[in-house]
Ligand binder design. Structure first.
Ligand code: ZN
Length: 274
């Protein structure tokens, strides 16, 4: 069974704010010791992924200087260049990029960007603000998915109110062909809201990044009913176990084989490649 990891981070230690850096050192000391090698040599990352059983990985930058850090999209584009396993996304921030839609267009056309990540609670905006609408229109036009961070975080300065999933409801209605992904599935606060939203709207998905996979059915007892809307993500390298262990934990859940395959591969493949 092939696997797509919908949520990995490209990092350079010097670009992370102290809370992320300290957390990374604590949670994944093996990676932390080799972080500079990983940042400079994408083939180290791709061979790690192969070794863990991952076929493709979405690679995320981070434009959130006030909270988590600033990892430029341009670095991610460079890192993924020529690596067919790595799928580069951009991170745009309406408080840093006042006119983000043309920037997205440029990054898609010139940089081969395959998706957009937004961080309402780190970047301080409500997802349904009018100033974001041209950006969503552009993403819909290019048929690229938008990941919103939806859930709690440890980073200092995070303002949770901005990632209440209810604000995505407007976007789902106003951009019916925009693929909307709720990263972390409402971790800590909004599990059932995220589950309901993704069942309600054909264009809304949830990724399970950062939730202990063995507890998944505790968070979402009816997961099987939503099997076409759930995506696997690891949060690599900000995770303790290695990606393969999480994949194994999902395979061990009492779910249909088809559901497991959908979570680990098919749903992501549809969003990214079809
Ligand atoms: Zn993440």
């Amino acid at each position: 069974m092939e696997v797509i990891d919908f949520h990995t981070h490209y990092i350079r230690k010097e670009m992370l704010n102290p809370t992320w850096l300290n957390f990374l050192e604590e949670i994944n000391p093996d990676f932390y010791a080799k972080a500079d090698d990983f940042s400079n040599h994408p083939e180290l990352f791709t061979s790690y992924l192969k070794n863990q059983g991952v076929r493709y990985a979405v690679v995320l930058p981070e434009c959130a200087p006030a909270t988590s850090g600033f990892v430029p999209t341009e670095d991610v584009i460079e890192y993924c260049r020529g690596q067919e396993m790595l799928i580069p996304f951009t991170s745009l921030n309406p408080n840093v990029h006042p006119d983000p839609a043309p920037k997205l267009e440029f990054q898609v056309k010139e940089g081969g960007i395959k998706g957009l990540k937004l961080h309402p609670s780190y970047q301080f905006f409500y997802p349904n603000e009018a100033r974001l609408y041209p950006l969503y229109a552009k993403a819909q036009e290019f048929r690229i998915p938008v990941i919103f961070h939806i859930g709690s975080s440890i980073f200092k300065g995070t303002k949770l109110k901005y990632c209440d999933p209810i604000y995505l409801d407007d976007i789902a209605v106003d951009f019916p062909d925009l693929k909307i992904i709720m990263a972390h599935s409402g971790r800590g606060f909004w599990h059932s809201e995220c589950f309901s939203l993704s069942r309600l709207h054909k264009n809304v998905y949830m990724d399970i990044t950062g939730l202990p996979p063995q507890n998944l059915l505790g968070y979402f007892p009816d997961l099987e009913k939503n099997s076409e809307k759930v995506l696997f993500g690891s949060d690599w390298p900000t995770m303790p176990t290695g990606i393969a262990k999480n994949i194994e934990a999902i395979k061990s859940l009492p779910l249909n084989e088809r559901t497991i395959e959908a979570i680990l591969y098919r749903n992501a493949h549809k969003i990214l490649f079809e």
